[in-house]
Design a protein. Sequence first.
Length: 311
Amino acid sequence: MKKKHLSLAALVLAAALALSGCGSSSGATASNAVSNGMSMAEEKGWAMAATEVAEPAAAPMAGSGAEAPQGAKRIYTADLQMETTAFDSAVADLTALVERTGGYFESSSAGDYGRTYRSANYTVRIPAEQFQPFLNQVGQLCHVTWQTSSCEDVSEYYYDTAGRLETQRTKLERLQELLARAESMEDIITLESAISETEERIESLSGELQHYDALVDYSTVCISLQEVYRLSNTEEAAETFGDRVGSALSSGWRNFTDGLEELAVGLAYNWVAVLILLAVIGAVVTAARRRRKRKAAKKAIPPADDKSGEM
């Protein structure tokens, strides 16, 4: 039985060395590993040796001489701030554009928040191949006041994770083969524990790859849409001094009239408070006038003659 254990431990060690990618150039290391593994098998038993030496080494990272098995993995994101004077039409056009490019709304919120003009915020997921066409077209629907985009290359981490996942799956197959041939209860328990840990690791790595696949396949675009009375930053830059002065006067007058409009709208929204304030001011003024009249009347009345000294 001892010889059987030793032969099985040698088989496990050979499989582990193959998983770790040991080649002919590392023959000395392989020999040391085999000798160490045999010693460990003699001391702890072949099942315990299997769970320890079968743990795979990390797969080679991209850029370290190993070529990626597929194309680059890139995550595209963008943020836009837009204005419109026709809010309902802009929302309808945006919805149609998202559907036309094969995307979907991940989240959305809209409201007027107690103000005159409405606003909305959207998080849109667009197929990666439609990312740039979508940005080009959405800029034609509304007036874009600010835009930024980024590209994150996650190829190195992605393929490293994929390599570790494949190695864990191979390790699971080896452990299941050993479990089928195990005889003692101690070996069975040890192998089942190793299989459970390997399955959890496989599930974790699979989840990471699925997460990155979703981000790579569908780009993320965050859009802030604001309804305005007049679009901003639409004037052409002034060239001459006279143009600059004229533009400044025009902008100053427009800002003044816009301020008056905003003030009138604010007063209209708070007309009840304005009426109460006017009533309070009227009451204070009326009371002050009455007080002044009483003081004036007291000064106008002559003092009574003192007749106490007449006899």
